[in-house]
Ligand binder design. Structure first.
Ligand code: GDP
Length: 313
């Protein structure tokens, strides 16, 4: 991902590097090239506009004209602006003062939530935490089983509604495997947190249902779960491969459930990636993690500065 954006920007700066002092037309040409590279990579238009305006203003200002090496100074400005749109500082999970810390995952179906639950659980476990995964996606027939498989691979326990029994768990109501469930995701989420308390899990990761497109029912369900469990983090998982739709989907979830952070998934794909890069800027929420494959370890903490350097390398 980002290879074509990266190549285009490198090419732009290569032209610049041969120059000594920069004229206004050098700056304008460079800014135009950056603008085209960002647009071609699918970065959202308002983000491109703000980005290029800022780079241009700074590049024409004293910051560059008084620098010993103006070309390098422009690269530095672009780097800083990229870090800015990617969310600035690295932001870790905000753990609750009183455990358990509750992390809710939201996003469209297929975005990578269930896979992420396993990865995040595995990573937290490696940090010495004792996570519990909660299967509150009762919409898809196989979602509960899928989370159980993911949990097993990650070595993290899963709280799931009992199946094959419509009375189900004490509190929960049943999710009958292989049928469309009528279990109550709010009750499952609450019961999962109760279980975490009782068994001293210090982090709870709640996997919620998604649909293929944003719809009012899905959003209401996610909002109801959020209101009931008061999560410390609501992470929006976005498939970096979905292109321009990433931005509007993120905006819909921001409005519908309010998000605290973003996870980019499928960064191992070959999409242009710019839309996903716009999500932090458009929502004002930091990208906290990235998913880079189907395996439980294909996961990284997202560092905006490292990503910017990777793109500009
Ligand atoms: P959910 O519907 O949001 O829970 O999405 P899933 O976790 O079920 O993921 C949907 C599909 O994407 C599955 O086939 C996953 O194996 C795959 N997947 C999830 N994350 C990644 C990733 O980072 N890279 C790749 N290549 N595939 C992924």
């Amino acid at each position: 991902m980002f290879t074509s954006l990266s190549d285009r920007l490198t090419e732009t700066f290569r032209n610049l590097r041969t120059k000594g002092r920069l004229s206004e037309s050098d700056v304008n040409r460079t800014v135009r090239d950056i603008r085209l590279a960002l647009l071609d990579a699918d970065v959202a238009l308002p983000v491109v506009k703000a980005f290029t305006t800022s780079v241009r203003d700074r590049a024409l200002g004293s910051e560059v004209s008084e620098a010993l090496n103006p070309a390098q100074q422009v690269v530095k400005i672009v780097n800083e602006e990229l870090v800015g749109i990617l969310g600035g500082e690295t932001r870790g999970i905000r753990f609750a003062k009183q455990p358990p810390t509750v992390i809710m995952l939201a996003g469209l179906q297929g975005s990578g939530k269930t896979t992420l639950a396993g990865k995040l659980g595995h990573w937290l476990k490696e940090q010495g935490h004792t996570p519990l995964l909660v299967a509150a996606d009762l919409q898809r027939p196989n979602a509960v089983t899928q989370l159980e498989v993911v949990g097993q691979r990650a070595g993290v326990p899963v709280f799931a509604p009992e199946r094959g029994n419509t009375a189900g768990h004490d509190v929960v109501g049943g999710a009958v495997e292989g049928t469309r469930s009528h279990g109550d995701p709010v009750a499952v989420s609450r019961a999962g947190i109760e279980q975490a308390r009782a068994r001293q899990h210090d982090v709870v990761i709640v996997d919620t249902a998604g649909r293929l497109a944003v719809d009012a029912d899905l959003m209401q369900q996610a909002a109801d779960i959020r209101a009931a469990i008061q999560p410390d983090e609501v992470l929006f998982v976005i498939d970096a491969m979905i292109g321009q739709a990433a931005v509007e989907t993120a905006e819909a979830f921001l409005e519908g459930v309010d998000l605290t952070g973003v996870v980019l998934s499928k960064l191992d794909g070959d999409a242009r990636g710019g839309a996903a890069l716009s999500v932090a800027s458009v929502t004002g929420r930091p990208i906290m993690f990235a998913s880079t494959g189907e395996g439980v370890k294909d996961f990284e903490v997202f560092h905006p500065d490292r990503m910017a350097s990777r793109i500009l390398d």
